[in-house]
Design a protein. Structure first.
Length: 355
């Protein structure tokens, strides 16, 4: 087993060189923020393609879950949060948001490949990873459980007098919004006026269940008023729009306007996980505007605004591929966990000096 100090000092992978100031948002720095978000999206897409390929080669135990088509929304949230101050509860399609929030690539490869040097030390797989002491929560479930965890973290800070202008963000899917956990969590946030930002990715399916079989309201955004939240709808295939809308929602929560609900409309451009070929998906959705690939749309937006050249986009792709390959190669040389050497105490509490 690694000594505590060594676990805390595990090497972080390099992050793309576009620096995003902590306070950056679409209004204050549109070009820098847009390009940073684009590069996190690209890195997330390439990292997940690599993970899916390792899964098909039988190198990964458990599932691989992909955020293909959801990177714009996820990255827009990540760049609008402040690492070290805010609380972030990403879900299974939030690789881009995780990276933008500051998760090193190697945290993902170590968790997926079961390295004992990863943040979960090989105990928890795939998307069940985080660094709770840094406000980056390890997900319990995709189906609403994290909303009340974020509420609890915010409420604890309020009671301690350390809340300041921090916010907490919880991601959720369309299907997850129909669970009791989601209802209880958002209702509580509204009653307590917590600075919670709930980001709903309406990707048209909950596993194989289409939205027509999930809820009876015309638009999930209609629910915001029922809870007493401010609601913000956005085209989730459009990075510019996501940066603007998510940035506004985060700023409103930060400024004390209570919980905010963002509902993004997009399409899951993949199966539920790498094991699922999504044969049940309506092909008409893929051909419709909702089926646009946000990464391609963002590349076109960058070129149209003259914020980047095609050569720069190509260079960033090559750099991202190299970073992913480096992380995978390093992880594959690392030891798997040894059950007999484990202390089995909670990773986020005693051993790392927390709680
Ligand atoms: C209590 C429970 N039931 C079922 C599952 C399996 N499950 C995980 S995600 C998911 C669908 C979630 O759909 P949605 O909220 O729309 O999110 P998406 O997968 O589309 O991102 C299901 C059924 C689970 N994790 N927990
Ligand atoms: Mg869904």
């Amino acid at each position: 087993m690694l000594p505590v100090a060594e676990v805390a000092a595990l090497p972080r992978a390099a992050v793309p060189p576009v620096a995003v100031p902590a306070e950056a948002n679409a209004a204050s720095a549109p070009r820098a923020t847009f390009l940073a978000a684009y590069r996190w999206m690209l890195l997330a897409r390439l990292l997940e393609e690599k993970l899916a390929s390792l899964y098909r080669a039988g190198k990964i135990q458990g599932g691989v879950y992909l955020g293909t088509g959801q990177e714009a929304l996820s990255a827009a949230l990540g760049v609008n949060l402040r690492r070290g101050q805010d609380i972030f509860a990403p879900l299974i399609r939030d690789m881009a948001g995780r990276l933008a929030f500051g998760e090193p690539v190697i945290d993902a490869t170590r968790t997926y490949l079961g390295s004992s040097l990863g943040p979960m030390r090989g105990r928890d797989a795939n998307i069940h990873r985080g660094r709770p002491r840094e406000g980056y929560l390890a997900m319990i479930s995709h189906l609403g459980a994290m909303v009340s965890v974020v509420n609890g973290a915010l409420f604890a800070r309020r009671l301690r007098g350390t809340l300041g202008d921090s916010v907490g963000a919880a991601c959720i899917g369309d299907g997850g919004t129909s669970t009791g956990a989601f209802h209880e969590g958002v209702n509580q946030a509204a009653v307590e006026r917590l600075p919670l930002v709930v980001v709903v990715a309406n990707n048209q399916y909950a596993y194989s269940t289409p939205t027509s079989r999930q809820f009876g309201c015309a638009d999930l955004l209609d629910r915001a008023a029922g809870y007493g939240c401010e609601g913000h709808g956005v085209d989730g295939t459009d990075l510019l729009a996501c940066l603007d809308t998510v940035g506004r929602a985060v700023a409103r929560a930060r400024a004390g306007h209570g919980p905010q609900m963002v509902v993004a409309t997009l399409l899951r451009l993949t199966g539920h996980g790498a094991h699922d070929d999504a044969a049940y998906m309506d092909p008409a959705l893929r051909a419709a505007p909702v089926g646009r690939d946000c990464l391609k749309v963002a590349a076109e937006q960058a070129i149209a605004a003259r914020w980047a050249t095609p050569a720069e986009l190509e260079q960033w792709r090559a750099e991202a591929v190299a970073e992913v390959e480096r992380a995978v190669a390093q992880t594959q040389r690392e030891p798997l966990p040894d059950a007999k050497q484990e202390t089995w105490c909670a990773l986020s509490t005693r051993e790392l000096g927390g709680g």
